[in-house]
Design a protein around this ligand. Structure first.
Ligand code: BG6
Length: 462
């Protein structure tokens, strides 16, 4: 019987080592019934299977959720075949097809873990030997480099793959606490009744990273923080935090609710009040970065959503590399009480590294006093559940693709609207000739990002 096969283009890249192989290892070790397939790893370099697995081993050790053992890893390597190929050479696809036939491999899922400029050539190569029409394809973000390239890419891909077989991955949609936002919001009247601009002063989505750009200078320098993180991951989070009740948790209802938010994002007129870009000191010394590059490694922005629910409530977003911590959190800052000295209530959804929900409210200080003190309720999901049993984002999404479940994949119209917004931000920033502010590594980013909030009397919640 033919075996199904999962082919990864870009098999020696950072994404494959850091995210995909650990995810497949977890699925293999957990005996996941959906993981019945062979993994074909495509790379240009000449490795034997053993050599490739020896490299993969260290990454799996470091990044897999499930414990590493030699025995488990050996079991996993039985699923892996390294296949050397220059995927930009259209003639090489005939041999790839022969390889599949000889090994009786069918039912294809192709994973394009490569820069978007290669999507088209790979799709063409697969079409040439009639493989594209038989399989599904998973594409990594960023989907394009701007709106025009994304449109072109989409048009071309749809020539090769049928739209229902295209899965555009945004791994933030697979994160446990991102998937929890809907439940937290809609199943708790104490939150759902207050989830609007009448009660919420601001929403803050923060995703600082302590890592730099590592070995990804070539990609990152052409991209930057807005394209790398905001256009996709952070706008997805924003639209889930802000959307209306999707009526049912179906992929179409959810997608429609998110799209309405992206459409309602107010176009930025005064860029000085909306965006701060930064670059860490020492960025120019990174490998493959242009000597005078002005690519931003930090972005902080303020967005308004022009609908009845959110009229007048700013959504602040910030992300950056080489900062003093790695975390993702969403802070909901409630409007102040009429009692002047009472600190504001704050709800924080902690996405990573620890997962949970934190609520800050006011109490009377114990004793013979009327003074107010802050009480903190901190639900730590990470210690409550067995983390080993909770699949990582990539595991979830790979399984969802195998199951044909599109709920947690990006849809083309979301991508289009987000690019449109991000392109305009870039244009305006450039047009106004605004600086990309330098910041120290291991800091909280440029201080101008604080001023972005202070103009409205707000502060980042740290
Ligand atoms: C990727 C970005 O999509 O997400 C990287 O390209 C970033 O630059 C990464 O580091 C962050 O993912 P996570 O899951 O570690 O928050």
């Amino acid at each position: 019987m033919a075996q199904s096969v999962f082919t990864i283009f870009g098999g020696t890249g950072d994404l494959t080592f850091r995210k995909l192989l650990p995810a497949f290892y977890n699925m293999c070790i957990a005996n996941d019934p959906q993981f019945k397939c062979q993994l074909i790893i495509i790379g240009r370099r000449s490795y034997s299977n053993e050599q490739y697995c020896a490299i993969a081993k260290n990454w799996v050790k470091k990044f897999a959720r499930l414990p590493y053992t030699e025995e488990n890893f050996t079991k996993f390597t039985q699923k892996i075949s390294y296949y050397q190929m220059d995927f930009t050479d259209l003639n090489a696809y005939t041999a790839l097809n022969d390889y599949y036939s000889t090994n009786n491999l069918a039912e294809h899922i192709f994973y394009f873990a490569v820069a978007p400029r290669f999507f088209n050539i790979i799709a063409e190569g697969l079409t040439k030997v009639c493989l594209a029409c038989k399989g599904k394809v998973i594409l990594e973000k960023p989907f394009g480099e701007n709106l025009d390239s994304a449109k072109l890419l989409n048009k071309n891909l749809e020539k090769f793959f049928s739209p229902e077989n295209i899965f555009r991955i945004d791994h933030y949609l697979g994160k446990e606490m991102v998937r929890n936002i809907q439940t937290l919001r809609f199943s708790n009247p104490i939150f759902s009744n207050l989830w609007n601009s009448r009660y919420i002063e601001s929403v803050q989505i923060s995703a600082p990273e302590d890592m730099g750009i590592e070995s990804r200078g070539g990609y990152y320098d052409a991209s930057g923080a807005l394209r790398d993180m905001v256009q996709n991951h952070l706008f997805q989070i924003l639209s889930i935090v802000a959307m209306e009740w999707p009526e049912q948790f179906s992929s179409t209802a959810m997608h429609d609710a998110q799209i309405r938010i992206l459409r309602a994002m107010r176009p930025v007129k005064n860029i000085r009040e909306a965006l701060v870009l930064g670059q860490y000191k020492g960025y120019h010394q990174e490998n493959l970065v242009k000597p005078n590059s002005t690519t931003e490694t930090y972005a902080a922005l303020r967005v308004f959503i022009d609908n009845e629910r959110w009229w007048g409530t700013p959504f602040y977003i910030r992300t950056g590399k080489k900062l003093n911590r790695r975390e993702i959190k969403i802070a909901i800052v409630f409007r102040p009480s009429f009692l002047e000295k009472a600190p504001q209530n704050i709800l924080i959804i902690k996405v990573q590294p620890s997962e949970g929900v934190y609520l800050q409210f006011n109490m009377k200080k114990p004793g013979d006093t009327e003074e107010i003190t802050q009480a903190k309720m901190d639900f730590c999901q990470t210690s409550y559940v067995n983390r080993l049993n909770t699949p990582e984002a990539y595991e979830r999404l790979i399984k969802a693709c195998i199951d044909d479940n599109k709920s947690w994949f990006s849809q083309w119209d979301q991508i289009e609207l987000s690019w449109n917004f991000i392109d305009k931000l870039h244009e305006l920033y450039k047009w106004e000739n605004l600086p990309v502010f330098k910041y120290d590594a291991n800091s909280t980013g440029p201080e101008q990002a604080d001023e972005l909030l202070q103009q409205s009397g707000h502060n980042w919640i740290d």
